[in-house]
Design a protein around this ligand. Structure first.
Ligand SMILES: NC(=O)c1ccc[n+]([C@@H]2O[C@H](COP(=O)([O-])OP(=O)(O)OC[C@H]3O[C@@H](n4cnc5c(N)ncnc54)[C@H](O)[C@@H]3O)[C@@H](O)[C@H]2O)c1
Ligand SMILES: [Fe+2]
Length: 375
């Protein structure tokens, strides 16, 4: 287990504006830094209210980012970037938008394609300035250096990681998330919690990150139920925006483990929303890992406000937490055919980059047993 003498690198935007009503800081920062040609990357929902960013100058809006964007979606954006030649790119949306905005800051005019930059630190240095403005709370993508784009041929996500894709400024305005429907709110909140929980119990867990991880879990425990019950609860929205940011801090240096690995095939093979898949799997992997990390598991349950007292109650406590949030807790409820479980287990078990850091070895049969129990 890493400890205080273990080396770690924490990469975060050096400037973060946080608070309701902060959105227009994007425009004032652009003016203060002399940026005049701006490309705003958004989805169809957020493209309609780009005004809140308070921008001036020559503004191009690409408002066509799709959820879980694929390579053709990115290519259309890069073509717009090639024509607009922006000196500043602004990602204004959820994780899907912010991931593509990172690539829109580095790919146009570079001669590099997504295939050239897939992997770690393969992006050539030249880039536009980048502001990230999240409108969901879940991915923490505003704080990170990673972008995920789906390859339509394989349905797998191509991951690009580069320190050149780090935002110069992150503007986190919780008021922008007031319009999120309850389902997107719960999926995002559980995703943020899963980033924190899995980083906290990872074999790579580090004291520098533990603080963010545990506080992120606590914020989700305190505010997710409130935000689902009343979407206009601005304090709850702010709590979730912060949890999402802290989850983003966890992803870079530590990253997730079994919860995400076991969840991924639900998304790639059956198009279950990422947070919904995380919620379904969460009680199973938390309970599976509990014997290997009893103190940290107890701390997680306490942070969520659902302390179980006994180790055997870990599953029930976590399951109860998710089902009270309205999450679907049966795999069959997502229309996943039973005869695909074996192939899903094989696929999940192959995600070694995550599973190798799980606190307890999880065999393919252990994963299959989770799917069967969840069915
Ligand atoms: N870079 C990373 O480290 C990282 C981490 C986790 C996930 N991701 C990626 O993030 C993506 C998922 O992002 P997400 O969960 O934020 O969802 P999303 O960006 O796909 O958005 C989900 C839906 O919510 C809508 N929406 C966005 N903001 C809204 C608002 N304020 N009000 C109402 N509707 C709104 C969008 O139009 C979309 O239909 C995936 O592609 C995933 O791979 C990236
Ligand atoms: Fe996630």
């Amino acid at each position: 287990m890493p400890n205080l003498s273990t080396l770690i690198t924490l990469v975060r935007p050096h400037l973060i504006e946080f608070g309701a009503g902060m959105a227009s800081k994007a425009g004032s920062w652009a003016v203060a830094n002399g940026f005049k040609r701006i490309l705003v990357v958004a989805d169809a929902f957020n493209a309609r209210w780009v005004d809140v960013l308070g921008l001036s100058g020559e503004i191009t809006i690409f408002g066509d980012v799709r959820p879980e964007p694929d390579v053709p979606n990115l290519e259309a954006l890069v073509a717009v970037g090639e024509a607009a030649k922006p000196d500043l790119v602004i990602g204004f949306g959820g994780g899907s938008v912010m991931d593509l905005a990172k690539l829109a800051a580095v790919l146009p005019g570079s001669g590099q394609t997504i295939a050239d930059v897939a992997g770690a630190e393969r992006v050539a240095g030249k880039r536009a300035a980048l502001i990230q403005v999240p409108t969901t709370s879940g991915t923490g993508s505003e704080a990170g250096t990673r972008a995920l784009v789906t390859d339509p041929a394989t349905q797998n996500k191509v991951a690009v990681q580069s320190n050149y894709m780090l935002a110069d400024l992150a503007v986190i305005d919780p008021a922008l998330t007031l319009s999120l429907p309850a389902q997107v709110t719960s999926a995002g909140g559980v995703d943020a919690m899963a980033h924190c929980v899995e980083a906290f119990t990872s074999l790579r867990a580090h004291p520098l990150i533990d603080m963010y991880a545990l506080e992120g879990v606590r914020l989700v425990g305190r505010f997710l139920g409130r935000a689902i019950a009343d979407g206009s609860d601005l304090e709850a929205r702010a709590g979730l925006s912060l949890a999402s940011l802290y989850g983003g801090y966890c992803l870079g240096p530590v990253n997730t483990t079994s919860g995400h690995a076991v969840s991924y095939p639900l998304g790639t093979r059956h198009h279950v929303a990422h947070g919904a898949a995380n919620a379904l799997i969460f009680p199973h992997t938390l309970a599976f890992n509990a014997p290997a990390a009893p103190e940290k598991t107890a701390a997680i349950l306490a942070a969520l406000g659902i302390a179980s007292g006994k180790q055997e109650n870990v599953f029930d406590a976590a399951h109860d937490f998710c089902s009270k949030l309205g999450c679907e807790m049966r795999l069959s409820g997502f229309g996943v055919p039973r005869d695909d479980l074996a192939a899903m287990a094989t696929e999940a078990h192959a995600i070694r980059r995550l599973l190798d850091n799980n606190p307890r070895d999880m065999s393919r049969d252990d994963i299959l047993a989770v799917y069967e129990a969840a069915y």
